[in-house]
Design a binder for this molecule. Structure first.
Ligand SMILES: Nc1ncnc2c1ncn2[C@@H]1O[C@H](COP(=O)(O)OP(=O)(O)OP(=O)(O)O)[C@@H](O)[C@H]1O
Ligand SMILES: [Mg+2]
Length: 372
């Protein structure tokens, strides 16, 4: 079976150790210290927090994913569902908490097709920022010294998309600051947005949490982790090939595992994987993902496309220089800046320092492969 996991949280034996960071996070949790966890997409933020909480005995985790929240109603309901689902793991289905939210008519169902459980709440009962306040109070009331609570808000930057974002943030901050014994963990990928929340003096969350920066995994230990997995499956990978995998994936943990998974798929027991195996593995990723790339291309304008293809070919620096404009055939730097803004908004590109990069390195490689 393919031992490489990507696009999902990894823990236990699938988690390549990050002893320093894990210790930091656990120490902060024990101190009741709030933290905000920042790092590139697919680098391992959620897995880090999950793994850190998993082995903290006694602690219970309220895990709320804010991805795509559009209103305070949805946000409040996500928190309620997180509490119910935590309680359900703790003490079974008909918990007291479940009754507390009886007005929201929680129902617990198992999808007959996949067998996966889910919780739903009455859509006709609308929740407001005031309800979020009540729910946060409830979390505080659940906290005991025997069973302390950790609250994780994942993809926290998405809170800025709420119409009443300012009001909601201010309210949450005023609650959370009085819950000094409860560690709150805020994670997020979009650096600018997270900075807007935690380091902008105008923001209610200014200086309210300590930064935990998640970078690439320690290279030697991650390489050994990967080599072992190939070895356990009767395969070997040579140093140059592995080096190239890291380079193509820009050292991003999830992208590295995705490419290793493709290398696994195109190899068999007894094979030794070398650099010449890589193009075939990359083509397999293209075949699996081409529909997504095509969908992205369909929603962008011609100028945005020219910029994107230009960055794939010439790199993401000095994009307003006359050389770059000439190469991509756009006359004005203002048009390029506008296109870049949109491509960032669509999360196709991200900005790192003075460089624009593809959020998905395989999309970049595909544009070149297609000779666009
Ligand atoms: N410690 C680790 N050991 C091995 N692989 C890891 C580790 N951390 C992350 N990964 C790889 O990265 C992938 C993404 O991990 P995770 O979802 O934790 O990242 P993230 O930073 O939260 O991503 P996103 O920005 O999409 O939320 C995992 O599926 C796995 O392939
Ligand atoms: Mg995550």
């Amino acid at each position: 079976m393919d031992p490489f996991k990507f696009g999902q949280v990894v823990s236990g034996k699938d988690f390549c150790p990050r002893p320093g960071l894990i210790k930091h996070v656990r120490d902060y949790i024990k101190q009741g210290q709030n933290m905000y966890v920042q790092g590139e997409r697919r680098i391992g933020k959620t897995s880090l927090i999950y793994e850190a909480c998993l082995h903290l005995k006694k602690y219970r985790t309220v895990y709320v994913d804010l991805f795509g929240v559009k209103s305070s109603d949805i946000l409040a309901k996500r928190i309620v569902k997180a509490i119910i689902s935590m309680e359900q793991k703790e003490s079974g289905f008909f918990s007291k908490i479940f009754e507390t939210f009886s007005h929201l008519r929680p129902s617990f169902t198992v999808d007959p097709i996949t067998g996966l459980p889910s919780i739903s709440l009455d859509a006709t009962v609308k929740m407001t920022p005031d309800d979020i306040e009540t729910v946060l109070d409830l979390i505080a009331a659940m906290q005991t010294s025997k069973k302390p609570v950790v609250v994780v808000f994942d993809e926290f930057q998405d809170i800025l998309k709420l119409k009443d974002a300012d009001e909601t943030l201010a309210m949450m901050r005023s609650k959370i600051q009085f819950q000094s014994h409860i560690p709150y963990v805020f994670t997020g990928s979009l650096r600018n947005k997270m900075d807007e929340i935690f380091i902008d003096p105008e923001s209610p969350f200014f200086k309210s949490a300590i930064l935990v920066a998640v970078g690439p995994l320690a290279e030697t230990s991650f390489k050994n982790f990967i080599i072992k997995r190939f070895e356990n499956g009767g395969r070997s990978i040579n140093a140059n090939a592995l080096e190239q995998v890291f380079e193509i994936a820009g050292k991003v943990s999830g992208d590295i595992q995705q490419l290793c998974s493709a290398l696994w798929s195109i190899s068999t027991t007894g094979d030794s994987i070398e650099q010449n195996s890589i193009p075939k593995a990359v083509e397999l990723i293209f075949a699996r993902e081409a529909k997504v790339y095509e969908a992205d291309i369909n929603i962008i304008s011609e100028q945005q496309f020219k910029c994107l293809a230009g960055i794939a070919r010439y790199g993401g620096k000095a994009l307003t220089s006359s050389q770059f404009l000439m190469k991509i055939g756009i006359p004005s730097s203002a048009s390029v800046l506008k296109a870049l803004e949109r491509l960032i908004q669509l999360r196709i590109l991200l900005k790192s320092g003075d460089e624009y990069k593809f959020t998905n390195p395989f999309f970049r490689a595909w544009l070149l492969y297609k000779n666009f």
